[in-house]
Write a protein that binds this ligand. Structure first.
Ligand code: FMN
Length: 363
């Protein structure tokens, strides 16, 4: 038990990172900002800032804001393939951030640079061979995301991928994709994981800055309302089946959209407009109903579509990335309430398992 009465489960992950609970709030673009991350950290779990949707300067400001709100460890998620990845790594090192999380496998050199500076490196992976690769390169742990998970996702379920990865590597494995409660944590631990990482569940907290109208859409959703589509950016992407997704799928727009994005990129070069400016313009024009969907998308790309929902509150227009687990979630606890609840549920589930185990054998 901790001082607050919340049960504590020590695992190789909690020891590695120095958090109280084996729970991670993942780096979700436009969602995992300083407020959510510091609330998670103060609740004793690992919060991860999403930096791919921030400029380098914004990242520095966000890291400092988290540090002003908590003394607990936290992480930063970045894209290893970003042109400015090195600058971002510098910020992580200079600001003393505890954990570097990667959406795509980081290079061996980047892992070494971070580890030399004492940063714990935890890439997210979606396949066994990626886990083996980053483990061989010195990653300290991996987050393995199964197909149930929100955002860009694979097609192997967590229940299959997790034991496969646990058996393949010797570093701590954190399970992601489909988790929202203490039963799930215990199940993951039974598979050999050292903790669980949750995206959708942390998006649906009172500490998350996602607009209420958007949270309401998630809360309303059944498991069947969460779909995987390639219609937005050509990659399998799990999200709520919104008006936008339906329109794109109905009209078979995958190719048109891909072309639209390519055209938008060249338009951006010619016009010198920034993506935010282009999207603002695109959305404004759509509002006046003078543009088709594909024309709006001319002026956008996926992060901007995510922003339209997660920041601007557009439930009609944006991408609402979501795990299937949205269909099971019905409330908006604070991060502190959520973490305490999950740990209490885990303790209860472990107790029930223990009771099963100690039943006298019949006969
Ligand atoms: C709204 C949203 C945005 C996301 N953005 C990112 C991102 O920018 N980078 C990333 O690596 N993963 C991103 N993800 C995936 C999550 O980090 C996480 O792996 C996933 O949500 C776990 O599955 P769950 O939603 O079932 O908990 C996002 C997920 C959601 C729901």
């Amino acid at each position: 038990m901790s001082d607050s009465g919340t049960p504590v489960l020590e695992t190789p992950f909690t020891r590695l990172v120095g958090v109280r609970h084996p729970l991670v709030q993942t780096g979700m673009g436009w969602v995992a900002g300083p407020r959510l991350v510091s609330a998670t950290a103060n609740a004793g779990a690992l919060g991860i800032l999403a930096s791919a949707t921030m400029t380098v300067e914004q990242l520095k400001g966000a890291v400092r804001e988290v540090k002003s709100r908590t003394d607990a460890p936290f992480g930063v998620n970045l894209r290893a393939d970003a042109g400015d990845a090195r600058e971002r790594v510098r910020i992580i090192i200079d600001e003393g951030v505890k954990v570097a999380s990667f959406a795509l496998a980081p290079s061996k050199e980047l892992i070494a640079e971070l580890k030399d500076a004492g940063v714990v490196v935890i890439p997210s992976i979606g396949a066994k061979r990626h886990a083996e690769k980053v483990a061989a390169w010195g990653a300290d742990a991996v987050i393995v995301q199964g197909g149930e998970g929100g955002g860009h996702t694979g097609d192997v379920a967590t229940t299959v991928l997790l034991p496969q990865v646990v058996d393949a590597v010797d570093i701590p494995v954190v399970a992601a994709g489909g988790f929202h409660d203490g039963r799930g944590l215990v199940a993951a631990l039974a598979y050999g994981a050292a903790g669980v990482a949750m995206g959708t569940r942390f998006l649906l907290t009172s500490d998350s800055t996602v607009p209420d109208a958007v949270k309401a859409k998630y809360l309303e959703a059944s498991v069947k309302d969460v779909t995987v589509t390639t219609a937005v950016d050509g990659l399998p992407h799990r999200m709520l089946r919104s008006e936008l997704v339906q329109t794109l799928e109905r009209s078979g727009r995958a190719r048109a959209l891909a072309q639209a994005v390519v055209r938008a990129a060249s338009f951006k070069k010619i016009s010198g407009l920034s993506w935010p400016q282009m999207v603002r313009d695109g959305l404004a024009m759509k509002h006046g109903k003078s543009l088709s969907w594909s024309q709006v998308l001319l002026a956008a790309n996926t992060p901007m579509l995510l922003k339209a929902s997660m920041v601007d509150g557009r439930t009609d227009l944006g991408v609402m990335a979501s795990g299937q687990v949205a269909g099971l979630i019905e409330d908006l606890p604070s991060c502190a309430e959520l973490v305490a609840r999950v740990m209490a549920e885990a303790e209860a589930a472990l107790g029930e398992l223990h009771a099963l185990h100690t039943l006298p054998t019949p006969g």
